[in-house]
Design a protein around this ligand. Structure first.
Ligand code: FEO
Length: 397
C-alpha cells in the first residue's frame, strides 16, 4: 500500500512516525511519541530530499520513496547533523549513489565525523545561497544554535514552504500531515521548546526576526505535524522566547518524611491566597518535560528539599542541574526545606544555578518540623514574591 502525503503538488512527506518511542537522548520523555519528517521535492529537472529519518526507521523512508517510484535523488538537504535526521543518510546514499549531501560547512564536518560520509559526497552552501531544481528554488538560511552549531533552514521560494528541522517542531506522533488540533500541538511544541530550544532563547529571537519577512504558507518541521497556519507557532515562539514572565511560581520539591511537604502545602496556599499561580512538582515521580514546560514563562522558582548527607536530596540536585542547563527566564528563586542536625543544603543549591539570572529571596529552612515562626517566615516569603510580581506588573489582583 502506498501512503501519499502531499504538502503541495510534487512535495511529499516521506518520513516515519515513531508511535512507540518513549525516551529521547535516553533523557527526555516522549509521552506522545514523535516523528522524523523527511520531505521530497520533485522539480522539473532535479529531485531533492530534505532531511532523512532516525536510523531505526530507515526502512520506512526507503519504502515511501519506492512507493512514489523515485529512481534518482540529486540532492539530500541536511538541515541538521543530529542522527534522528541524518542517521539514514548512509543507506540513502547507497541506494541513490549520484545524490549529493547539501549542508553548511560545519554540518559537513559533523556528518563526516558522525556517519563517516566521504568528503566527495558533499556540496556545502553559504548563508543565503540558492539551489535550483529548475522549476523550484531552494534558499538556504544558516541558523546556528537551533539547536546545534551547524543548523540550517531551507526555504522553498515558489511554494513558500520553510523547512525548519527541529526549530518550531514538536515531539508528536500523529497521522495528520498538518496541525488539526491546535491545543495538542501547542502543548507538544511547548514541551519541545522547553527541552531543546530554551537554552538558546536570545538566538531563537534572532532567528524569528530573520524569517519574519519571508512569505510563508507552510512551516514544515522535521518533528510533528506541519503548520499551515504559521502564525500560530510563530506567535507561540515569540511569547516563549520573549523576556516577558508570568505571575507563576514553580515549586519542584522532594519530601522524605513529610516535613518539607508540610511546608510546601502551607506555602502553596499562601501564594494562591495572594493571587499567584502555582505549579507544584513532586520530583520523586514527575515528568521532567512537564517541569521544563512550567519553567518557560514563570517568574519565580521555589525549590523544596530535605537535607541528605549535609546536602540537598539527589533528585533535587538533578532538577536544579537541568533548570540551570535549560536557562529559563526566571527572575526570582528561593529554597524551602528542613534538616535534622545541620548541613549546607542552601549554599549547595544556590551554587548549582549560576546560569539563572535570578535574585535569590530569603530561604526558609527548618530544624525538625516547622513551628509558628517558620510558618510566619513562609508567609513573609509569599508576601515578598507577591510584591516582586506586583512590581513587574504581572500580579493579578
Ligand atoms: Fe531532532 Fe536535534 O534532532
Amino acid at each position: 500500500m502506498s501512503l501519499r502525503r502531499e504538502l503541495k503538488p510534487n512535495i511529499y512527506s516521506v518520513g516515519a512516525i515513531d508511535w512507540d518511542r518513549r525516551l529521547f537522548d535516553e533523557l527526555i520523555p516522549l509521552p506522545d511519541g514523535t516523528s522524523y519528517n523527511s520531505y521530497l521535492i520533485i522539480g522539473k529537472e532535479k529531485t531533492a530530499l530534505i532531511d532523512t529519518v532516525d536510523p531505526t526507521l530507515t526502512d520506512v523512508l526507503i519504502k515511501n520513496l519506492e512507493d512514489l517510484g523515485i529512481k534518482d535523488i540529486d540532492y539530500v538537504i541536511a538541515n541538521h547533523a543530529e542522527q534522528d535526521h541524518s542517521g539514514s543518510l548512509p543507506r540513502i546514499l547507497d541506494i541513490y549513489p549520484s545524490a549529493k549531501v547539501v549542508c553548511t560547512p560545519k554540518c559537513k564536518d559533523m556528518l563526516m565525523d558522525l556517519l563517516l560520509i566521504p568528503e566527495d559526497k558533499f556540496i556545502t552552501v553559504a548563508d543565503g545561497e540558492t539551489l535550483s531544481l529548475d522549476s523550484k528554488t531552494l534558499e538556504f538560511i544558516h541558523a546556528p544554535w537551533v539547536h546545534w552549531p551547524e543548523t540550517m533552514l531551507t526555504y522553498l521560494r515558489e511554494d513558500r514552504i520553510l523547512f525548519t528541522c527541529d526549530f518550531l517542531g514538536s515531539h508528536l506522533a500523529t497521522s495528520d500531515l498538518f496541525v488539526t488540533d491546535e491545543a495538542t500541538v501547542y502543548e507538544a511544541a511547548k514541551r519541545y521548546y522547553a527541552e531543546i530550544m530554551m537554552p538558546f532563547r536570545p538566538i531563537i529571537r534572532k532567528n524569528l526576526a530573520r524569517i519574519q519577512d519571508l512569505e510563508i504558507d507552510i512551516i514544515a518541521p522535521s518533528h510533528g505535524p506541519a503548520h499551515n497556519k504559521p502564525d500560530v507557532i510563530l506567535n507561540a515562539y515569540r511569547d516563549w522566547a520573549s523576556d516577558d514572565v508570568k505571575n507563576e511560581v514553580v515549586i519542584p520539591y522532594i519530601s522524605m518524611h513529610g516535613t518539607t511537604k508540610q511546608m510546601i502545602d502551607y506555602f502553596v496556599e499562601a501564594l494562591i491566597e495572594r493571587g499567584i499561580t502555582v505549579k507544584q512538582f513532586n520530583l520523586s515521580e514527575t515528568d521532567i518535560g512537564k517541569l521544563a514546560m512550567a519553567l518557560v514563562n514563570a517568574a519565580t522558582v521555589v525549590i523544596g528539599s530535605p537535607t541528605v548527607l549535609v546536602g540537598p536530596h539527589p533528585k533535587v540536585v538533578y532538577a536544579a542541574y537541568l533548570a540551570n542547563a535549560l536557562r529559563p527566564k526566571l527572575r526570582f528563586a528561593s529554597i524551602i526545606g528542613s534538616y535534622g542536625w545541620g548541613g549546607r543544603m542552601v549554599e549547595q543549591l544556590a551554587g548549582m544555578i549560576p546560569n539563572l539570572q535570578v535574585e535569590i529571596l530569603d530561604p526558609v529552612v527548618v530544624k525538625g518540623v516547622p513551628k509558628k515562626e517558620e510558618f510566619r517566615a513562609l508567609d513573609r516569603l509569599a508576601d515578598e514574591i507577591a510584591n516582586k510580581h506586583n512590581d513587574l506588573g504581572i500580579l493579578i489582583k
